[in-house]
Design a protein around this ligand. Structure first.
Ligand code: G3P
Length: 218
């Protein structure tokens, strides 16, 4: 499964991209607002750090506005994926852009049927918001399972990008449910390596080496 960082914070992206484990980035207007920076400038910087897909979300609600904003985004770099909402204008824009060879990420997906419509409109990525589904008392991971089944039944190539990921368990379960990508906040990315037995084992190695005076000589 690919791992994308769900942030518009350039410093955060730079820090974690150095691991080679960041396959892409997703941003949205709320994440851009948090940075206090010019959105297009941030995107330009992010695209120069991460070679994989970088999602840039339109603010327009109408088709023409979406296409105009997409044209601004696609000039930034080749790895931009234009993010559009799962609305009629959004899917119309998705069709136009994907026909032109632009990657499109359709966002704010909450049902398998919505995901089917986005795939039929040519989306490269569909973003089901699993945390927000859980918040409603429903089953976010179940949504990933259902979309996986639906896409496999009809051989849709759209990648399932699990979004609104809140914790490590969401990452594990998204992977097991067949998501192609999980986009995750930096805090969750960092926590992916945490395990108490790793910490315990490391402390024991360190203590044993110290006690016996084990050294590594070149
Ligand atoms: O990936 C979408 C994300 O940015 C929204 O997350 O936690 O606000 O539902 P959240």
């Amino acid at each position: 499964m690919k791992i994308f960082l769900d942030t518009a914070d350039v410093a955060e992206i730079r820090e974690y991209a150095a691991s080679g484990l960041v396959d892409g980035v997703t941003t949205n207007p709320s994440l851009a607002a948090k940075t206090g920076r010019d959105y297009v400038e941030s995107l330009r910087e992010i695209c120069s750090i991460v070679p994989g897909a970088v999602s840039a979300e339109v603010l327009a609600m109408d088709y023409d506005g979406m296409i105009q904003q997409a044209a601004i985004f696609t000039k930034i770099a080749k790895n931009i994926a234009v993010k559009v909402p799962l609305t009629w204008p959004g899917l119309k824009a998705c069709k136009t852009l994907s026909d032109q060879g632009t990657m499109v990420n359709v966002t704010l997906c909450f049902s398998p049927v919505q995901a089917m419509m986005a795939a039929k409109a040519g989306a490269s990525f569909i973003s089901p918001f699993i945390g927000r589904v859980d918040d409603m008392g429903e089953d976010g991971i179940g949504l990933i399972h259902d979309i996986r089944t639906l896409y496999d039944n009809y051989n849709f190539k759209t990648e399932i990008l699990a979004a609104s990921v809140r914790h490590v368990q969401h990452v594990r379960e998204s992977a097991l449910a067949g998501a192609d990508v999980a986009t995750i906040p930096a805090s969750v990315f960092k926590a992916l390596l945490n395990h108490p037995l790793t910490d315990k084992g490391l402390a024991a190695f360190e203590a044993d080496a110290k006690k016996a005076g084990v050294v590594i000589k070149g």
